[in-house]
Structure formats: C-alpha cells, structure tokens
Design a protein around this ligand. Structure first.
Ligand code: ADP
Ligand code: MG
Ligand code: MG
Length: 494
C-alpha cells in the first residue's frame, strides 16, 4: 500500500510555477498506529526530560522536580525542503553580524525608537538605560548574542520570510533538541510501518552550541572564580528548557551558574570599584537573561535598578541593552526600509540575501497602508514592542484598533508596526498535549538559533546553532510554545 512507500506527506500541495516539488508539511501517521505512537512518545518524554512545569500544580513554577508534564509536541516531524533550511543557515551569521553592527549605532537606536519612547513606557525605560550608557561612553569589549531568527514559509510565493529576530531570552534552545531525538526514536522503531529513514530527521545542536558559547564567553572574561548568572522569572514553568543549557555548561565545561530574579539581583548585587558585578560576594562573568524582556518582569523600581546595575557592570551581558533594543519590532521595520541595510552591511550579496527574507513591514505613519489594513485586516498583523507571544493584534481587533488610533489622532500609533501576514501552507497533524492528542490542520514556524561572541575586534563565534520548529493549529493567530499556543516539532529534510 501507498502508506509503506517512501516519504508520504499528509495532503497534496500546490507545486510552484516551475513545477518545483517543494513540500513542507506534517508527515502523516497511519491512523491505526496513532495510539501506540502517542503512548511511546509520552514515555520517551518522561524518561528524557522533554518536560515543562504543569500549570495545574501550584509549585511547578518554583520547585524543580515538582509537578512535571511532558512538553507539547507534534507526533511526527514536518517534511521540509532543503532549500529553506540552507537559506536560513546562511542567513544566521549575517543576522548575528547585523545585530552587532546596529547595536554599535546608539544614535540610530535612539532616533528610530524616539517616537515609540513617548508612548510606550517599557521601551522608554530600556532606552533610558541605553542613553545612560551612551553618556558614560560605556564600552562592551566582550559581546555575547544568543539569537533566534524566526521564519515562516509564505504559501503564496514559496518564500521563506522572517517573522522576527529575537535577541533576548531566546528560549526553547533546550527542549527543541529533545523533540528531534523523540522523532528519530519513533521513526526508528516503526521504520517498516512508516517507511521513513530516521536519519532524515535533522538533529539539533542548540544545547551544545549555546552552552559552548556561554562557556567561551565565560573563559574570555578570564576569572576562574566567576559564575554565569541566569536571570529568571520568579515563577518559571519552562525552567527545564533552561536547565538543559545550564547543566550542559556545568557538566561539559565545569562552569557554575546561579539563578536569580531581578529583585534578588537588586537585593544581593553590588559593583566593585573595578566594575565587577558581585552577587552575594560571587563575581559574575556572564549575565544570561531568561527574563527581563517583558514589562511583567519589572513590577517595581527594584527590577529596573537591577537592570541598570547589570548594565553598568563589566559582566558580559547576553544581551547588552543595545543588543536587546536591536530586537524590537520597530528596529526590524526600520531595517526593512530602503537603503537602511546598506548602512550596516557592506557586501552587496549579503544585503540582497537578508532583504529577500523581509516581509512587508510598515510604520503606522503610512496612511495608505493603514487604509489597506482597515479594509483587509486579515492580511496584516499589528505588533506592539513586546516579546514572549500573545501581544499581537489580528482581524477585527486590528481594524478597530487602527480606526480608534486614527480617530484620536493619537501619538500612540508609534507604539506599533504593521506587518504583512504570512500564510504558511496548512496540513493535518497529530498534536499531543497533557497526555492526549488531537488531529488538527496545522502550520509551522521555523527558527534558527545563532551565537555571536566577540572580544573587541576579534569575532570568536559567529554561527548558526540548531533550530526550533513550532507547529500550531492553522486557525490560531499566535504560535509560542511558552505562551501555550504551539507544539514542538522537528524537521524531516526532503
Ligand atoms: P513575539 O516576540 O511575541 O514572539 P512575534 O512577532 O514572533 O512576537 O509574533 C508572535 C507570533 O505571532 C508568531 O510566533 C507567529 O505565530 C505570529 N505572527 C507574527 N507575525 C506574523 C506574520 N507576519 N504572519 C503570520 N503570523 C505571524
Ligand atoms: Mg520575539
Ligand atoms: Mg516570536
């Protein structure tokens, strides 16, 4: 039967104009095999740490080992054409370098975000810290960026388009590795029924490479007694994702990490006269932010004092305030304007390659686009300067928001950008959450992790570091795993 043939995909896809057979869809599961696979997968997750804290357990966000639940996942990987994979890999070091170069242009960051600053208090606080550092002429000799550039394939044009570039607290680098192992395992055990080659599931190097980048940064700081400080939220049900990185850091490199909230850093932190950040007397080599990206992470002035303390210190910040700001949606939109990339990149073909993956991005000062978006809101996404998922505005809500902003003649328009909505092709898949599965029509978002480490003029690391594939119901707007919309997935290269 056809089921036992080579790579089967779940539904036919429209070929491109050239008759090109590019496909990217969920691999199909023979229906009689689903229950068995789901059970095996659930056992595998439990035994291999593909877990998150269970929101139904009151202590699961505080105490490791308490209230664990498997991470949400798609049952089988998604077939994904090599061309997109290679394109995204090629782009990774370019985006790393771009982030760095833009971060050096403090005036560009301040000017681009000046109007946003007037209406968005969170962005204002970040920019205030950034201005202070500019006034102090603060130099960051050693820069560490752990990034993730997210893409979707646009079904209408077959183009890989960038959704956004994350420069702070890029997550799922731990759990993403587990899911490709899970899929390999399932495919290996059911090679005959599935007719798939487990070697086609792309392995994931995010844990080893991000741990290596942190360890190399730690070594550059050159203080054997210093630790890596992980900035965390007080409640973190995604802690096991972080532990994958920090445990690798300890076991492979012998580097100690300490976990602190911003409030704890304010209470226990200090600067030595030479700029060394100390927490309870322990020097800090690297500050690895896994919090601090959202207003909720700054409930009082204490957290802002902590952020400033960190920024003033000589510790390596992952990211620095400037790298953080480069990741805002407003900067993304500015970089997509004509002739802006040319300010930061020299090589023509690099510029072309980067620009090719830009979707339509506009400021709300563009009346024509605002009109189009009011007319056809389903073709756009309205984005504030926020991270972490669940903040964007879609559909009727988008239309009403634009009409309101226009009526008010409000400066508040500067808080948002408009983006072309990308429509990846949808296909059916089995999605597993909280021990049960549903069959749904799904689309996927594909992220490539990156690492960038630089000491003065020397670029020590500039690389891609594995990937994240997130799959969500096609009917949903948003797609974060942490935010609870998406399912971890892996890539089956075709
Ligand atoms: P955040 O920084 O909060 O993750 P994103 O820009 O990544 O913000 O948007 C969150 C989610 O919204 C994405 O993961 C994706 O599912 C969806 N999304 C964002 N931009 C687009 C777009 N242009 N087209 C379609 N979906 C989008
Ligand atoms: Mg983001
Ligand atoms: Mg995102």
């Amino acid at each position: 039967p056809a089921r036992c043939a080579a790579v089967r995909t779940a539904a036919p896809v429209a070929a491109t104009a050239e008759g090109d057979e590019r496909r990217f869809e969920q691999l199909a599961v023979p229906p009689e095999l689903v229950d068995e696979l789901v059970e095996e997968a659930l056992v595998w997750c439990s035994q291999h740490g593909l877990v998150v804290g269970d929101k139904n357990h009151p202590r699961s966000g505080k105490a490791p080992g308490v209230g664990l639940l498997h991470a949400p996942f798609a049952l089988l990987p998604m077939s994904f054409p090599k061309v997109y994979w290679e394109q995204a890999l090629e782009l990774a070091p370019l985006f790393n370098e771009l982030v760095h170069r833009v971060s050096l242009d403090g005036d560009f960051l301040q000017q681009t975000l000046a109007r946003t600053k007037e209406v968005d208090p969170f962005t204002r606080r970040l920019l205030d810290i950034h201005s202070k550092m500019m006034e102090l002429n603060k130099k960051e000799d050693i820069q560490l960026g752990l990034t993730r550039s997210d893409y979707m394939v646009d079904g209408a044009t077959d183009k890989l388009l960038q959704v956004e570039l994350n420069t702070i607290s890029t997550s799922s680098n731990g759990l993403a590795c587990g899911v490709s192992e899970l899929h390999r395992n399932l495919i290996r055990h059911h090679e005959r029924e599935l007719g798939l080659d487990p070697a086609s599931v792309v392995g994931n190097t995010a844990i080893t490479q991000h741990a290596e980048a942190l360890a190399t940064a730690w070594a550059e700081y050159n203080n054997q007694s210093a630790v890596v400080l992980v900035v965390v939220q007080a409640e973190e049900r995604y802690m096991y994702d972080q532990y994958w990185i920090t445990v690798a850091l300890r076991e492979t490199y012998g580097v100690t990490t300490i976990r602190k909230t911003m409030a704890e850093i304010e209470a226990e932190g200090d600067l030595r006269p030479d700029g060394t950040l100390v927490i309870n007397g322990r020097p800090v080599a690297v500050v690895y932010f896994r919090a601090g990206y959202s207003p909720a992470d700054y409930p009082s002035e204490a957290e802002w004092r902590a952020r400033l303390l960190i920024e003033r210190s000589s510790a390596i910040k992952c990211p620095s305030i400037a790298h953080h700001l480069v990741g805002t949606k407003k900067i993304q939109q500015e970089l997509a304007k004509e002739k802006v990339l040319e300010r930061f990149l020299d090589n023509k073909s690099d510029i072309e390659n980067v620009r090719k993956c830009f979707a339509g991005l506009w400021s709300l000062e563009n009346d024509n686009i605002v009109n189009s978006a009011i007319e056809s809101p389903e073709l756009f996404v309205l984005k504030p300067q926020r991270e972490g998922g669940g903040n964007n505005i879609y559909g009727d809500n988008l239309r009403e928001t634009l009409i309101r902003l226009r009526k008010d003649g409000s400066n508040e328009i500067a808080a948002y950008i408009l983006m072309q909505r990308i429509f990846p092709p949808a296909s059916p898949s089995y999605l597993v959450r909280e021990g049960t599965f549903v069959r749904d029509n799904v689309v996927s978002e594909f992220g490539i992790f990156g690492a960038y480490l630089r000491n003065k003029d020397k670029v020590i690391i500039n690389d891609q570091c594995g990937y994240l594939l997130r799959t969500k119901a096609a009917s949903l707007n948003e797609g974060g795993v942490v935010a609870g919309y998406a399912f971890l997935n892996s890539i089956f290269l075709t």
